[in-house]
Design a protein around this ligand. Structure first.
Ligand SMILES: Cc1cc2nc3c(=O)[nH]c(=O)nc-3n(C[C@H](O)[C@H](O)[C@H](O)COP(=O)(O)OP(=O)(O)OC[C@H]3O[C@@H](n4cnc5c(N)ncnc54)[C@H](O)[C@@H]3O)c2cc1C
Length: 486
């Protein structure tokens, strides 16, 4: 069995790129007054996957921005993800697409050997962050960190529709323009962290926070902490609190058991995964609503991590009825019991409130949502899901009222807001294999057709021939001459 490279660990990756050959030259023309063909908002695994796939499709003029000051502060991996390993399987196709030499396994084996890769059950979280950094480097993806999209508006009056982008670059306002947008803006990319109303006062007084926010766990030492929610993030936050010396952690789950009833898993069912967008709305809604109703099951290692602590207490079928703040404590009523907590952590997921994100607030009312398109049966009603955008085949926004905002088709959204439409939390690793190529294909088609006359002119123009008659003149059969010699 091969161990690891004794020379440069990047040799195999460089060789793979060499064999792949140079990326096609950019075929998308630039236009006066338009800075970028595409702006990708978010430089995490999704933004990086798109940047590489677009490069290999010969689509240039792509700019990737990220509001984070630097890679280590972007996305979740080194910020508020608190598990030791990824929750997804280690062998999924990631941002490398079909170029396996640029995948996590190749990267990991080149540094630690094949046996080390075989020995890990899941990908260590920090190794994944390190790999993504490496992937951006080797594929030449430059992310403009410290650059936030604040808002944007369509500029439809010119010959070529595009967007005016209001950016904040290291705190300074700046305006740029782009023809298309890809929102690769993370798990809260279509809304915000959802904090139950009953925690509003506690949050405002610094006595509660969402798992998606920064939490000073060291400050919780010796305190009594509540965690609301029973998905992976809730358990991970509980574990970190316990590891930081909290006096007690009480985790409250709505459901009466932790392991959800098995749900049809799109990602493990190729027929469904590959054709999800073609499914009837009723089928897609059923899967999404059922999945949300049952809740996601925390991975066993997240559960085992908290079970090591005798001061961890699990409350099942225990929804909070109320919460008040009194004398610096959060007083919670749960059924007939009252609890006093020093701090509350809400592991309660994310919303689809497009208007809650400043950069989307200006378009939110124009976007077609599932509730505009589909009336679920009463037993499958889910208002939060109904607020999710109803995406087109290029994962683009569609118009709520046809004819009012055709430019929405140039906004491609790639975050969990697309769950009802695609059956997957877009942005998670399992979504990359199928949906990134599909969106790139659509972007390619849109850009081609938008400049069709120019492309026609380019491809119909006479090009100089490679060689002239002199190359083969000596071999041309001279019928008369041959007869004479005979
Ligand atoms: C705790 C936790 C654990 C998870 N574990 C897994 C897992 O094991 N496996 C898995 O597949 N998925 C997991 N996920 C889902 C995970 O979020 C995604 O898989 C992954 O982070 C998505 O990558 P991304 O590039 O789409 O988004 P992110 O990595 O979140 O990157 C989005 C970027 O967009 C930037 N951004 C947002 N808005 C703007 C703006 N207006 N202007 C400029 N930049 C902006 C942000 O700064 C951010 O860096 C987890 C999520 C959480 C919260």
């Amino acid at each position: 069995m091969r161990t690891f490279s004794t020379t440069n660990p990047d040799d195999d990756a460089q060789q793979a790129l060499r064999l792949l050959g140079p990326a096609p030259a950019n075929w998308v023309p630039s236009h006066p007054g338009i800075d970028h063909n595409l702006l990708i908002i978010g430089g995490g695994q999704t933004g990086s996957a798109f940047a590489f796939a677009l490069q290999r499709a010969g689509i240039g003029g792509v700019s990737v921005i990220d509001a984070a000051a630097e890679a280590s502060q972007s996305g979740v991996w080194l910020t508020h993800a608190r598990m030791h390993t990824l929750r997804t399987l280690k062998n999924l196709v990631g941002p490398e697409g079909p170029v396996t030499a640029l995948g996590f396994q190749a990267w990991y084996e080149s540094r630690h050997g094949q046996e080390a890769y075989l020995a890990i059950d899941r990908i260590p979280r920090t190794a994944w962050a390190e790999y993504l950094d490496w992937f951006r480097g080797i594929t030449g993806t430059a992310v403009r960190y410290g650059t936030r999209l604040v808002r944007f508006e369509p500029v439809a009056s010119t010959a070529l529709p595009h967007f005016r982008l209001h950016l904040e670059v290291n705190g300074e306002p700046r305006t740029e323009t782009a023809r298309k947008l890809i929102f690769a803006n993370g798990v809260a990319g279509s809304g915000t962290p959802f904090v139950p109303d009953l925690l509003a006062t506690a949050v405002s007084k610094g006595l509660a926070a969402h798992t998606g926010h920064a939490i000073d766990f060291a400050a919780l030492a010796g305190k009594t902490v509540a965690v609301i929610g029973a998905a992976a993030s809730a358990f991970d936050a509980a574990a970190v609190a316990l590891e930081n010396g909290t006096a007690e952690v009480h985790l409250f789950a709505r459901r009466s058991q932790l392991a959800a009833t098995p749900v049809a898993r799109v990602r493990g069912y190729p027929g469904l995964y590959d054709n999800y967008l073609a499914l009837p709305d009723a089928t897609r809604w059923h899967h999404a609503a059922r999945y949300r109703r049952l809740g996601t099951t925390p991975p066993p290692d997240s559960v085992q991590r908290v079970l090591k602590f005798p001061n961890f207490h699990l409350h099942l079928a225990a929804s909070w009825q109320g919460a008040q703040v009194r004398d610096g404590k959060v007083i919670a009523s749960v059924h007939d019991e009252t609890f006093r907590f020093d701090f509350v952590i809400a592991g309660t997921g994310y919303t689809h409130g497009l208007s809650q994100r400043p950069e989307l607030a200006g378009v939110a009312d124009l976007v077609l949502r599932w509730r505009d398109r589909f009336e679920p049966p009463a037993h499958e009603r889910d208002d939060e899901l109904g607020a999710a955008p109803y995406l087109g085949a290029g994962l683009e926004y569609l118009e709520k009222t046809p004819g009012t905002a055709s430019w929405l088709r140039d906004i491609h959204t790639y975050n969990p807001g697309g769950f009802a439409s695609t059956g997957l939390p877009l942005g998670d690793v399992p979504s990359i294999r199928g949906y990134v190529p599909a969106v790139v294909r659509r972007i390619s088609e849109d850009l081609l057709l938008a400049d069709l006359a120019l492309h026609e002119a380019r491809t119909r123009a006479e090009v100089p021939v490679d060689f002239d008659e002199t190359l083969y003149a000596g071999a041309i059969w001279q019928a008369g001459a041959q007869r004479l010699e005979a």
